[in-house]
Design a protein around this ligand. Structure first.
Ligand SMILES: Cc1ncc(COP(=O)(O)O)c(C=O)c1O
Length: 434
C-alpha cells in the first residue's frame, strides 16, 4: 500500500520527468513526520526543554567524552557528536550550492535543488539508483567504467548496466553513444545514463566540441518525447590538464535543457578537496520546468533513502569541512591549486612517456587528458596476466579493469618513480607478448 506521505510526494512530481522516472522503491519512499521532523520542530520552538531527540545532554549541551573532545579542539561538543539534519548541515549545503554555481558558469541562473549531503559519492549514486532505477531498467555507462556501477545498478537494483564503447582512439565516439542513447529511447521511451568526467578508468573528459555534441544529442532524444535521466558523476571535477577540455560539468548545460531531461549532479569533497576517507558528497537535481515544490519532493525522497539507510551523514565531518570552507578561502584555493598542479605534473610526465611509444605493439593508451588515471588497451596479452606480472615480478601495482584494459593511477605515483613504472609496464607487456 502506498503510504499517504509517499502519495503526496508522488502527486507533487506527477507529470514531470523525475516523477515519470521514479522506480518502484522511489515511489514508495517518503520522509516520515516522525522523530526527525518533530525533533526539528521542537528545536525551533521548545523554549523550556527539548525532550524529543535520542541524545543525552547536560545544561543543553550534548555529553561528550573528553578524550574525544580533545581530538577536535576547534569544534564544540554539538559540532562533533550531535546528529546532523538528514539532508545535511544547512550552511554546508548553502556553501556547496554557491561553489557549484561559481565552478559552472554555464549554469547561469538555471534553477536547481539545494544540494543534499550524502556520505560520499558512492552513497549518492546508490541513493539516486534507488530512486530512479528499477529491476529490468537499463543504465547506460561508458565501457570501461568504475566497477562500483555494476555493483550498485545490477547487484543492488537488479537493473541492466549496459556499457557503451564510447571511447575511440582520440576521444568520445559520439556515433556509438548516439546509437546507444537513441536505441534505448526508441525501445523504451526512457534513457538512463551515468556520465563520469574526468572518467574513471580512462582519465578522459570531453572537449568543448564533444560536450556540445553530447548535449545536442541528449536534447535531440528528449525532443522525440523520451524521458532522459542523466546522472553526472563529477567525482574528479576540476582536474583538467588540456586547454580544449570543457570546463563546466555537463550538468550545467542539462539543468535547463528540456522538460524531458532530468539531470542529477553527484560531486563532493572526496577528490575535489583531497578528503577521500572523510565521506562527504552532495546530490543536486535540476530540470527545466521543475519548481521549488518539485525540488522539495525530490529532496524528501532523497532524505527518505538516507533516513532508511544511514539515517544521517557524519556531523563532525560536515562541521570540519564547513569550518575549512569558511575559514580561509585564499589558503584553501592556493593549496588546492598546488595539489592539482602536482597531479597535472604527473599527467604531463606520463603523457610524454606514452606519446614516445605511440605505435607500441602491445599497449595502446585510451584517450586521456584529465583526472587521476590513464588506461591501456592490451593487444595480444591479457590485462590480468600483465597486472599479475607487474606486481609479482616487478613490484608495481596496477588494476586490470577487464581482460583488455589496464588502469594506472598516475595520481598516486610519486614523480620520481614515474619513469621507472612506465618502463616496467612496457617491459612486462613486451615479455608477455613474447
Ligand atoms: C568515478 C567515481 N565515482 C565515485 C567514486 C566514489 O567516491 P566516494 O569515495 O566519495 O564514494 C569514485 C571513487 O573512486 C570514482 O572513481
Amino acid at each position: 500500500m502506498e503510504h499517504v506521505l509517499a502519495r503526496e510526494l508522488n502527486e507533487a512530481l506527477r507529470g514531470m520527468t523525475p516523477g515519470a522516472l521514479l522506480s518502484a522503491m522511489g515511489k514508495k519512499l517518503y520522509f516520515p513526520r516522525g522523530i526527525i521532523a518533530q525533533g526539528a520542530e521542537a528545536k525551533q520552538f521548545s523554549t523550556v526543554a527539548n525532550g524529543t531527540l535520542g541524545i543525552a545532554v547536560r545544561h543543553k549541551t550534548p555529553l561528550i567524552l573528553s578524550p574525544l573532545q580533545k581530538q577536535a579542539p576547534g569544534l564544540s561538543a554539538g559540532e562533533i557528536v550531535s546528529y546532523a539534519p538528514t539532508a545535511g548541515i544547512p550552511a554546508l549545503r548553502e556553501w556547496w550550492a554557491g561553489e557549484l554555481r561559481r565552478k559552472n558558469p554555464a549554469l547561469g541562473d538555471a534553477a536547481c535543488s539545494q544540494p543534499v549531503v550524502v556520505s560520499g559519492l558512492t552513497a549518492g549514486i546508490s541513493a539516486v539508483c534507488d530512486l530512479f532505477l528499477d529491476e529490468g531498467d537499463t543504465l547506460l555507462a561508458a565501457n570501461p567504467s568504475w566497477d562500483n556501477y555494476a555493483l550498485i545498478a545490477e547487484a543492488r537494483r537488479g537493473a541492466d548496466l549496459r556499457l557503451v564503447d564510447m571511447f575511440n582512439k582520440s576521444g568520445i565516439d559520439l556515433g556509438a553513444l548516439r546509437e546507444a542513447v537513441s536505441g534505448e529511447a526508441r525501445q523504451t521511451g526512457f534513457v538512463r545514463i551515468i556520465l563520469n568526467f574526468p572518467q574513471n578508468p580512462t582519465g578522459y573528459s570531453p572537449t568543448v566540441r564533444e560536450a556540445k555534441e553530447m548535449c545536442a544529442m541528449i536534447r535531440g532524444v528528449a525532443e522525440t518525447g523520451a524521458r532522459v535521466l542523466v546522472i553526472c558523476d563529477d567525482a574528479y571535477f576540476g582536474l583538467r590538464f588540456e586547454e580544449d577540455i570543457e570546463e563546466n560539468s555537463l550538468f550545467a548545460y542539462l539543468a535547463d535543457m528540456h522538460e524531458n531531461v532530468f539531470a542529477v549532479k553527484i560531486d563532493g569533497a572526496t577528490k575535489e578537496d583531497f578528503a577521500w576517507g572523510l565521506r562527504c558528497a552532495f546530490v543536486t537535481f535540476a530540470g527545466r520546468g521543475l519548481s521549488g515544490a518539485h525540488y522539495d519532493a525530490l529532496i524528501k525522497k532523497t532524505m527518505a533513502v538516507i533516513r532508511s539507510t544511514i539515517s544521517c551523514s557524519s556531523t563532525v565531518v560536515q562541521n570540519l569541512l564547513q569550518k575549512m570552507y569558511s575559514s580561509d578561502a585564499d589558503t584553501l584555493r592556493a593549496e588546492k591549486a598546488a595539489y592539482r598542479a602536482i597531479i597535472e605534473g604527473r599527467y604531463k610526465k606520463v603523457r610524454a612517456l606514452v606519446d614516445a611509444k605511440k605505435d607500441h605493439q602491445v599497449l595502446e593508451p585510451m584517450p586521456f587528458n584529465s583526472g587521476y588515471f590513464m588506461s591501456f588497451r592490451c593487444k595480444n596479452v591479457d590485462a590480468e596476466s600483465l597486472r599479475h606480472k607487474l606486481l609479482h615480478t616487478y613490484g608495481v601495482g596496477t588494476i586490470a579493469i577487464d581482460g583488455r584494459t589496464l588502469r594506472v593511477a598516475f595520481s598516486g605515483l610519486d614523480d620520481e618513480c614515474i619513469d621507472e613504472v612506465y618502463a616496467l609496464i612496457y617491459r612486462a607487456a613486451e615479455e608477455l607478448a613474447g
